[in-house]
Ligand binder design. Structure first.
Ligand code: PLP
Length: 510
């Protein structure tokens, strides 16, 4: 690598300073967002590979055939891992969200083309369990589909095949099941549902964004879930998760040449160059493809199998250990390298451990679990709030340390219902609702989108977030706790405002 000039070196130091408040990306202490293989060389390899194609535009594989070569290889590897035959095609996308959006958009277009009687702009239905990833909510919103959420069992987080099958009708554009789902790692009943969707010619997308590069080597998966199941029409799998690639790469595979081609957008009728896009983006970075290609080539099937074996051992140790902590319980029967812990309501209140208080306590010890809010389902049942853990290979040597931290933290927060906190939160929520009512917002949050941003800023100030500063609230967890106690449209508006404020343009620094 070339030496940087002192001037350039100072700029890199500036970035290092800007990064001081970031959560650690390596070492396994952050149990979400980052996927650390624990193989130090992979980072260097990924960076060197990305540098090789840094200036390439991934838009056009006819001008830069290297992109096509690497994409083809990654698709071939993934198709084999997911038991796809030669009727399975696909593309590289920039992430799980893009893969899911594209799968849904394609399914919608195929469904509309087959059901002309409903009209060109028919609003079809997506049927999916309540635990389906938010990316599918986003797809419904973007592509004008109705998301019909099937309640899951609140005590296990699992959905029954019958409940999904009962929702099927001719207006269903696509069913989405997960392998496994993100919140609780339940493997949805793909095989049973696929039998019916196949017979009725309904698309079935399997969201394996998180499981796609782990489950193929996971021991004891209870049911087939990939292209070996005939009714599965598409699968999303993220290379930037258990493929250990830097962010910006996922795979979407489609069964059938027609379905795959329906995914493409092409236009020659404008005065510029012919545009043929297989995915949502136009010009795009080639870096993530090169990094993923290099990492996949380095690991090979054996490497993936080894890393998954390490991860599976660690996951089992952590599940066993945490299940023994009085007051906590692991939600349902997880499949794959992730799980969620919830409060064990079967023990006396004085023995219960609130997962969010546990998360706060663990954070002071340098372990970052992900708090997941509870939520209501369409049938009125409620899913408990929980703490999510994504387990990566790097943690295999630290499971005892982590379990010690969990036991100690549980001892500190045990018996504390989040009551103290919840009184404050309750007051904050009431204050928010009171102010909004004066601005004509309904108790269900209706009309909140018409409230001016200045009013929302005042509310954020009440919640301890100074909108003038632009830094994140120091106490994100109580802001999130408040968000959980107000109607979703209001919570969404508040959080949107927070995230918009943190990127409010600063005075020109350059
Ligand atoms: C991560 C994930 C997604 C979204 O992927 P991004 O890469 O964050 O866009 C979708 N579905 C599931 C199951 C996931 O775990």
């Amino acid at each position: 690598m070339n030496e940087l000039s002192p001037r350039a070196q100072r700029i890199i130091e500036d970035i290092q300073k800007i990064r001081v408040n970031d959560a650690p990306t390596h070492g396994g202490r952050v149990l979400s967002y980052v996927y650390d293989s624990g193989i130090a060389e992979l980072d260097e390899l990924a960076a060197a590979a990305a540098r090789e194609v840094q200036a390439v535009n991934g838009l056009d594989p006819t001008t830069f055939p290297s992109i096509a070569v690497m994409e083809r290889d990654l698709l071939g590897f993934t198709r084999a891992a997911l038991n796809g035959g030669d009727d399975v095609f696909g593309n590289v996308t920039t992430g799980g969200t893009e893969s899911c959006l594209l799968a849904i958009k394609t399914a919608r277009d195929v469904w509309r083309a087959k059901n002309k009687q409903f009209g060109r702009h028919a609003v079809g239905r997506i049927v999916a369990p309540s635990t389906v990833h938010a990316a599918i909510h986003k797809a419904a919103a973007y592509f004008d589909l109705t998301l019909d959420l099937v309640p899951v069992d609140p005590t296990t987080g699992a959905v029954s095949a019958e409940a999904v099958i009962n929702r099927l009708d001719s207006d269903v554009a696509v069913v989405v099941l997960s392998a496994p789902n993100y919140p609780y790692a339940q493997l949805d009943p793909i095989e049973k549902v696929a039998r019916v969707t196949l017979e009725r010619d309904i698309a079935l997308h399997v969201d394996a964004c998180i499981g796609g590069f782990a489950l193929p080597w996971w021991q004891g998966v209870a049911q087939p879930w990939d292209f070996s199941v005939p009714g599965v029409t598409s699968i999303s799998a993220d290379l930037h998760k258990y493929g250990y690639a830097p962010k910006g790469i996922s795979i979407l595979l489609q069964r059938g040449v027609q379905r795959h081609r329906a995914q493409y957008f092409s236009i020659v009728g404008w005065p510029g160059y012919p545009v043929v896009n297989p995915t949502l983006l136009g010009s795009k970075s080639a870096g993530p493809i090169a990094s993923a290609w290099a990492i996949t080539s380095y690991l090979g099937k054996e490497g993936f199998a080894e890393l998954v074996a390490r991860t599976q051992r660690a996951t089992q140790e952590l599940i066993d250990g945490m299940s023994q902590v009085v007051g906590l319980r692991v939600q349902g029967d997880p499949t794959g390298p992730l799980f969620a812990i919830v409060c064990d309501e079967a023990v006396r209140p004085s023995e219960r451990v609130d997962p969010h208080l546990l998360v706060d306590e663990l954070r002071t010890r340098g372990w970052f679990f992900q708090s997941q809010p509870g939520c209501f389902q369409a049938d009125g049942s409620s899913l408990p709030h929980s703490a999510h853990l994504t387990i990566t290979p790097v943690i295999a040597d630290q499971t005892e340390d982590l379990l010690d931290a969990v036991r100690q933290s549980a001892n500190i927060v045990r018996g504390r219902s989040s009551a103290g906190q919840s009184e404050l939160v309750h007051k904050a929520a009431a204050a928010v609702m009171g102010v909004l009512a004066q601005h004509g917002v309904g108790a269900d949050g209706s009309g909140v989108d018409d409230v001016p941003s200045q009013v929302i800023h005042q509310l954020l100030a009440v919640l301890g977030f100074d909108p003038g500063v632009g830094d994140l609230p120091t106490d994100m967890s109580s802001l999130l706790a408040t968000a959980q106690r107000i109607p979703s449209p209001i919570a969404q508006r508040l959080l949107t405002e927070v995230l918009a404020l943190v990127v409010q343009p600063a005075a020109d620094p350059f």
